[in-house]
Ligand binder design. Sequence first.
Ligand code: DGP
Length: 118
Amino acid sequence: MSTIFSKIISGEAPADIVYKDEHVTAFRDINPVAPTHILVVPNKFISTVNDLEQEDAALVGQMVLAAKKLAAEEGIAEQGYRLIINCNRDGGQVVFHLHLHLIGGRPLGPMVRRLKTD
Ligand code: DGP
């Protein structure tokens, strides 16, 4: 169940942590796709969006509000950015501890690449 993100949250594994409070921890992605690429992770272990319960509603709000604050601090709030949560195989989820990608600092292009079959 435990992933590398649990170890980053607990301090057992290193990361460039940019924000932490009682609800969430945020750190720079190890493989950034844009000048700003930060992961906002709930301190509580939740594997995927599919595992969210009604009681987690406020926690999801805390994740988005932390991303908003970090976007302002990164200086990308006005030009814009993207928040992404990948879920399971087709969503491209690789680390099975829920996380919100905050990506920006350059034009990000279309949200999803079209395939010839679409
Ligand atoms: P996803 O595909 O949504 O599961 O994205 C996982 C992201 O996590 C991916 O962009 C790379 C990042 N990542 C994986 N392992 C580590 C790590 O050990 N440290 C940091 N900072 N990021 C990691």
